[in-house]
Design a binder for this molecule. Structure first.
Ligand code: SAM
Ligand code: SF4
Length: 435
């Protein structure tokens, strides 16, 4: 989501006559686009602001701008913590950036704007960091109220873009030769709520599959409470839609799920993941887990471990609970001591490592379709790409005429925790080429 916003802001500024600089040292304007989901992300933003403040002292006239969720959350409070910042721009005010910068230049005083968005549709095209993969928001904000989460307060109420706007953007990406588009929303399963005429996410996927010309479509994030059978069938039936679903569980104990206000029980989650795997054979399922939520007892954490062992996710993102001011969880009783939540995270990640490694090892000998993203970082003589299930595969370049954006059939020869190794499958080399 933040990467997509950064690309949008680059587009808005480029349309106003700016150019991307090669490094912060050469820039006239430095944007720090921030995340406030956990305290660590917020700390990182301020330490970056401190670093750029030193740079600004060496190059007076450089403008420092803080954007994104921390800007939205703290507003003018940002200037107290980071006085070198020249503008604080909230999540709805990206389109106003060029104007705000002009005002700062004219007055020499900092500007703070955290107002509401006039429109989510920006005339300026994003400056995309890849020519192969792109992001597209299908919706903004969130109407759920998970007890730990700042997103609803910094991103506002849920708003879906009209199908026609999304389809136009994705089709333009298809025409421009993009090979993969990820559709973004905090809860894509509730896409279309409130739109007139009515629309739903499965219908949007069908329209994109039929008309966009983009060979691979992904989406994130799915909320378990809104996952429909229709969506599962869309993933099964639509050739462009990748068989990979991110379905955050958060915790394995019903008491914790209830305190989190997640809106489902473990049994309901079990039914959803069961139906998904039955409907879409081979689907990869990934999840998010929070450990150390207030009131999480050792027995509750054991239930989470048990859930991991049962569901055997392909991968997980796991976090220690981070209290966020203004959220109900911040003032809940039963705080778990930091050392204990750190211990739980280590135990959880060790278990998942075994599960992920076993899942990856089970692919050895199989042939998979890989979208080539570029040279492998580990080995300059090799290529790196991703399977439809979003696993990273490295394979030797050899003397094949492969370029980034190609689809290549690769036979898996080795597997680790984070990536797979393979060789181009004999006889069948390049399935399609980027236009
Ligand atoms: N909308 C998505 C959903 O409901 O699953 C995810 C949104 S959030 C940006 C990504 C993940 O951050 C969440 O799934 C949760 O695991 C984690 N997260 C959010 N707030 C957190 C907090 N206060 N402490 C620790 N982890 C948190
Ligand atoms: Fe946050 Fe819950 Fe909304 Fe996800 S669904 S963004 S975790 S409030």
């Amino acid at each position: 989501m933040n990467e997509a916003d950064s690309e949008k802001m680059a587009g808005i500024l480029c349309a106003a006559g700016y150019r991307l600089s090669g490094s912060p040292e050469e820039a006239d304007v430095i944007l720090i686009n921030t995340c406030s989901i956990r305290d660590k992300a917020e700390q990182k933003a301020f330490s970056l602001a401190g670093r750029f403040a030193q740079l600004k002292r060496r190059r007076p006239g450089t403008l420092l701008v803080l954007t994104g969720c921390v800007a939205q959350k703290l507003g003018a409070g940002v200037l107290e913590r980071a006085p070198a910042i020249d503008a604080v721009v909230g999540t709805g005010r990206m389109a106003e950036l060029p104007e705000l910068l002009e005002r700062v230049r004219a007055s020499g005083r900092p500007e703070v704007d955290t107002g509401e968005a006039a429109s989510e549709e920006h005339p300026a095209a994003p400056v995309r960091s890849s020519r192969i993969k792109a992001w597209t928001n299908v919706m903004f904000g969130c109407d759920n109220h998970c007890a730990y989460c700042v997103v609803p307060s910094v991103r506002g109420r849920e708003r879906s873009r009209k199908p026609v706007e999304v389809l136009a953007e994705v089709t333009a990406l298809g025409r421009a030769g993009f090979r993969e588009v990820t559709l973004l929303g905090q809860n894509v399963n509730s896409y279309g709520r409130g739109l007139v005429p009515a629309a739903d996410f499965a219908g949007l996927l069908r329209a994109i599959d039929a008309a966009s010309g983009v060979p691979r479509v992904r989406f994130t994030t799915s909320h378990p409470k809104d996952f429909s059978t229709g969506l599962m069938r869309a993933v099964r039936d639509l050739p462009s839609v990748c068989e990979a679903v991110h379905l955050p569980l958060q915790a394995g104990a019903d008491a914790v799920l209830e305190r989190m206000n997640r809106g489902y029980t473990l049994e309901r989650y079990r039914r959803i993941i069961g139906e998904l795997r039955e409907t879409v054979p081979g689907v990869a399922v990934t999840t998010d887990i929070i450990v150390g939520f207030p009131g999480e007892r050792t027995a509750d954490f054991d239930d989470t471990l048990q859930a991991l062992a049962e569901f055997r996710f392909d991968a997980i993102f796991s976090f220690r609970f981070s209290p966020r001011e203004g959220t109900p969880a911040c003032t809940m009783s039963g705080a778990v001591p930091e050392e204990e939540s750190a211990r739980r995270l280590i135990v959880l990640q060790a278990l998942q490592r075994e599960i992920t490694e076993a899942g990856n090892a089970a692919l050895i000998g199989r042939e998979v379709e890989v979208l080539v993203e570029g040279p492998s970082r580990r080995d300059p003589g090799a290529w790196k790409g991703r399977t439809r299930t979003n696993r990273i595969v490295n394979f030797p370049a050899g003397d094949r005429p492969i370029v980034a954006g190609d689809f290549v059939n690769v036979r898996i020869t080795g597997a680790g925790f984070l990536s797979l190794e393979g060789r181009v499958a004999a006889g069948d080399l390049v399935a399609a080429r980027c236009g």
